[in-house]
Write a protein that binds this ligand. Sequence first.
Ligand SMILES: O=C(O)CCC(=O)C(=O)O
Ligand SMILES: [Fe+2]
Length: 159
Amino acid sequence: MSIGLGLEEHELKEAAGGDNLIHMLKINYYPPCPCPDLVLGVPPHTDMSFLTLLVPNDVQGLQASRHDQWYDVKYVPNALVIHIGDQMEIVSNGKYKAVLHRTTVNKDKTRMSWPVFIEPPPEQEVGPHPKTIAWEEHLVVKRMVSRENHDIHEWKKYH
Ligand SMILES: O=C(O)CCC(=O)C(=O)O
Ligand SMILES: [Fe+2]
């Protein structure tokens, strides 16, 4: 993910706290519900974490939102579900978006999930990685230069 932002491999993790990152395990327990169409397990939210690593049991229930539509996150045996959290959105200067998600409940079966929230330590001040800002400015400058070239070209056409 660091490389995807044009950073060195270690830089993204470092910006979020490096070896001081906190790992917090939560256990979600969703008992069977007689009216699954009327309730949600967890309402829509984004995680406050940097990243979330989630292990669900085999009862379908997690949904993710994209373009105002809810999609089932298919249960895949032995697979982890990785959520991008709010802190990642901030550190990446909005290049990576925190995923909006929710859970449904099942009529007959108990659903459980074990998310591990990976978070910066509380004393850590989190902001966009400086290199992601420089990169944006670079693009703005490039856009301005090409705009100017275009304008000069247009001007020459008519004068
Ligand atoms: O149970 C799930 O699959 C997701 C739970 C969740 O979104 C959360 O605990 O933040
Ligand atoms: Fe969540």
